[in-house]
Write a protein that binds this ligand. Structure first.
Ligand SMILES: C[S@@+](CC[C@H](N)C(=O)[O-])C[C@H]1O[C@@H](n2cnc3c(N)ncnc32)[C@H](O)[C@@H]1O
Length: 296
């Protein structure tokens, strides 16, 4: 690897040697998970499962694998997220293709999916709406786990919808998901109603985006992050317009940041169409989702 220290003649770049060099290098470049990053990238470069690195420590890399690894390490050192480098990320036990057109699915969002599945009672027929679908991780996880659900997924980004559609095909649920491109509820007919509306909207305050790590700030789509001056621009509109599209007793689930719980519950209460407003915590015990029920 040309980025590496000079190689003594005859030395071979084995799996172990590449890892021994890459891990401290990525750490020095600011990675918070340098071992995991190095292993995922090397497994990708070799076209093998990560676990196989451990049983092939002394195997040399081919020239092509070294070239691929060198490029991946350079890009990771420039803060490009691992998921974009390898082109996929696991979410809710499913593998999702990701590109720079979509937000990388986060484990935090699984909190919303768990509650949605519980609310939908997996075998019941139900109509579900996912607003701001991105990679399709919420819509597809719900379709896979609720085999009688009919899902509508909306995003402002046509490029994101292209990725989401490919993911739905890979998980054999494209027959139960309708895709719509547009602004929040605009692509729907005025009288269309759902049993559950889920959304992980952009909710970062615009000024706060500048304080995020370069992985997120530079590489993830701004349109997936930017929630306006206080982060609540899209959430306000969701809360205002969702009642028209929820059946009586239908549920609204919105992902939020930990600091937004009070403001968002107040917005829901002030709207007047919601009951049973609750804040759900994620696995780190942080407020992560608000849930409300359409009065009926
Ligand atoms: C935070 S990302 C969530 C993506 C995915 N649902 C997830 O949980 O990983 C927000 C998504 O909302 C989309 N979006 C932003 N504003 C929107 C709007 N006004 N109408 C529809 N989609 C919007 C973005 O393109 C982005 O894909």
């Amino acid at each position: 690897m040309s980025d590496t220290p000079p190689t003594p003649a005859g030395d071979v770049w084995t799996v172990k040697r590449i890892l021994d060099w890459t891990i401290p290098h990525l750490k020095s470049q600011g990675s918070e998970s340098p071992r995991l990053d190095a292993e995922i990238l090397l497994a990708h470069a070799r076209g093998c499962p990560r676990i196989q690195l451990y049983t092939n420590y002394d195997q040399p890399l081919t020239d092509a694998q070294r070239t691929t690894m060198r490029d991946l390490v350079k890009r990771r050192a420039a803060a490009e997220p691992v998921a974009y480098l390898v082109g996929h990320r696991e979410f809710f036990g499913l593998d999702f293709r990701v590109t720079k057109d979509v937000l990388i699915p986060r484990p935090d969002t699984e909190t919303l999916v768990v509650d949605a599945i519980e609310a939908l009672k997996p075998q019941a027929a139900s109509r579900v709406l996912d607003i701001g679908t991105g990679s399709g991780c919420i819509a597809i996880s719900l379709a896979v786990n609720c085999p009688n659900a009919e899902v509508t997924a909306i995003d402002l980004s046509a490029a994101a919808l292209g990725i989401a559609k490919a993911n739905a095909e890979a998980h054999n649920v494209s027959g139960r998901i309708r895709w719509r491109c547009g602004d929040l509820f605009a692509p729907l007919a005025a009288n269309e109603q759902f049993d559950l509306i889920a959304s992980n909207p952009p909710y970062i305050a615009a000024a706060e985006i500048e304080t995020l790590s370069a992985d997120v700030r530079v590489h993830e789509p701004r349109s997936a992050l930017d929630g306006g001056p206080d982060g609540l621009d899209v959430i306000r509109r969701l809360i205002a317009d969702a009642p028209q599209h929820l059946v009586s007793q239908g549920k609204l689930l919105i992902e939020i940041s930990g600091e937004q719980a009070d403001a968002v519950t107040q917005l829901l209460a002030a709207n007047g169409h919601y009951d049973d407003i609750a804040v759900l915590k994620d696995l780190s015990r942080q407020p992560r989702v608000v849930r409300a029920v359409r009065k009926g």
